[in-house]
Design a protein. Sequence first.
Lengths: 154, 206
Amino acid sequence: MGKVLFCRQVKTHRLVFLLNSLVPLSDFRMARNKIHPRKFSDFLINVIIPLAMGVATYVESDNKVLPELVRNHLADACWAYAFASYLLIIWDREIRIVWMLAMVVCAMGFEILQSYHIVPGTGDLWDVLTYMLFFALCFLANPFFHSKYYKYKP
Amino acid sequence: MTNTLRNLHSVLALVFFVLLALGSKVNKLHYGAFKYDNIVEDMSDTTHYVLLTDGTKVYGQDVELKSSALGKSRIVCDGKEYSTDAVKGYRKNNIFYGKQSKVDFPQRIVRGKVNIYVLFTSSPITGANGREKWYTRTTMYSQKGDNGPMELFVGQNGMKELVADCPTAVAMVDIGDKKLIKEIKRDSNYLNKAFEIYNNDCKPVK
């Protein structure tokens, strides 16, 4: 009985392997070359929605009903999370050190330029910490979204 | 997608997010852009009152805006409390404070066809050296007439729109950041004057 089951499992695996090699561009692979719905879902959840939330917080930043922490930092947090997610999604959620460093340099550089009044705004160390915290959060969530959207599951 | 395309896409993403950060509406009218202690109210009127939403003025000896820990504000005039829903503003000494929201009552600094208000809020920020300091944020509001809604404005474009039908006032505010800063350093009343000219039917004021 066990021998029969083992043989069947081997046959099934062989069949999948055979099909994959016969049809290398299966629907899934073909779609990945364009925009796969899974990638779009990832983009929607991790870029569009955080950006929309950031814009909404920013627009309502004068609304005193919102707690001060939300009014001061949520827009920055959403921006950082969406920024990191976008760069990860471009690379199918594989971490590219160069781009991640470029992103950190951009965020920190922006605050430094603000503190020297080169760009409008007020440089604040708490903003830098917010960026770093949400970049880190994005990296922590990366394995989950990677396995959810980018691993081929037959 | 090839790696070249992905690299290009990443560059575009960086540019997009940097532009998004730069494009945010940052207040360029910092503390000192206007003169805040001009007397613009009618001095013949009694100096303390609460202006109710129906236009009634309730006079008193003392008026205060009180905020509670839960963020609910009220105006107290000689011990009698008024909900901020029921008031349009209040006057204390020579300054009128108009209601912008249930908790914010900015100070009127220019009065006329266009009223200009300023709200000061202080919040702590941490500098590059790690030291905490207090930052006074000035938020500017405009109001068309005494009954119009208060609207936020943040820079020269906002001011230009407000005085658009007065070329003299437009010429005063539409001069570029650096020149405007020089003019304000030379005359701290410079921006107030631009709005006073506008309110004076575009004629010069003394």
